[in-house]
Design a protein around this ligand. Sequence first.
Ligand code: PLP
Length: 422
Amino acid sequence: MSEQRFWHPFADMRSIVANGELVIDRGQGSHVFDTAGRRYVDATASLWYCNVGHGRGEIADAAAAQMRRLEAYSTFGDVANRPVLDLAERLAGFAPVDEPRVFLTSGGSDSIDTAVKLARRYWQARGERDRTLVVSRTGSYHGMHLAGTSLAGIEPNRAGYGVLMQGVDSVPWDSADALGELIAAVGPERVAAFFCEPVIGAGGVFHAPRGYLAKVREICRETGVLFVADEVVTGFGRVGSWFASERFGLDPDVIVCAKGITSGYLPLGAVIAAGRVAEPFFDGTVGMWRHGYTYSGHATVAAAALANLDVIEREGLLARARSLELELAGALRPLETHDLVTEVRVAEGVLAAVQIDPAAIAADATLPARAVAAARSAGVMTRSLATGAIHVSPPLVITTDELGELADGLRKALDEVSGHPA
Ligand code: PLP
């Protein structure tokens, strides 16, 4: 047995033990540095979360000050703390849902679990006890708790666990008609909620076909199915507005978010429900909702979130993201002519994927991993997504020069792997 004690998430530990690990030591802006001092452009904002960039002293200071005053105190029952109340107020101020109510969690998967339970409990409270089915899209990623694993549209993420959560179904990611047909087939009175990433992230960065989002929203409205926008990736500026729901005019019943809410400085998730959905939980119908997490409403985490939101506002990062999406397209599109690349997916938002030729991947499954390794050697930290595409979603503070550095590094990496077959 090896000496390796840290068990990496989403990793083949045999390969980590054989090949070692990369230890990241510090970060500044759009760059991170390893323990040997090597510098990398952070092409993915870590795991889609570091929207304000690394090394923000003011977020650290806000967290430290709060921790000295009161690190945290359980918010079960009637107890609150100032940062949490302020954060709920702040989120409610810009969340594009009617009469928002904010339920805090420790991350995206917690929030998905919460949203699934919220939807089912809501329908029970409304007396529609058969409305339990939750529907997701092929290619979707909704975190790795049991509910999220059950909803997973990336098939390998569901495999190997036996029977998962019951009452889940899935529809093709790009067909609004398929959703309408499924709801009609099972009966609207059995469908609780539709979970929808406004832009599919981990599944490979797929922007919805034109008209798709408006149509599925309308289908949900007509059939009473709750529309849950999973904005774990798309929230907090990634798509050029606080939430993609605003940009796409979705008027969701529930928003699930995490990641950019703190830019990752501390772990946090939130479920923001429209007042109409929260109502039975607020008017006494449900009574005590027996749901919550130890760190739902953690004071220090909320203080970090508030400082992060301050940075986004003060530096105009929503507007910056709008101009950055054009720059990102300009920087990455030329890669489309590369022999190994079939498509560069860029559209709304600072998130993109450089698709390595699926036929080449079918012939050599190591290609995406080798491209990622070569990018790292060229000074760009990235990873491959579900379709074998290279993930690009840099911090929203990335400069034009740094974007150039990113695109150059990716081109070098693609040249390197196409010149050196495995
Ligand atoms: N939903 C989406 C769309 C995500 O991309 C993720 C994580 O990447 C999650 C949910 C789960 O979030 P977490 O990893 O914080 O639990």
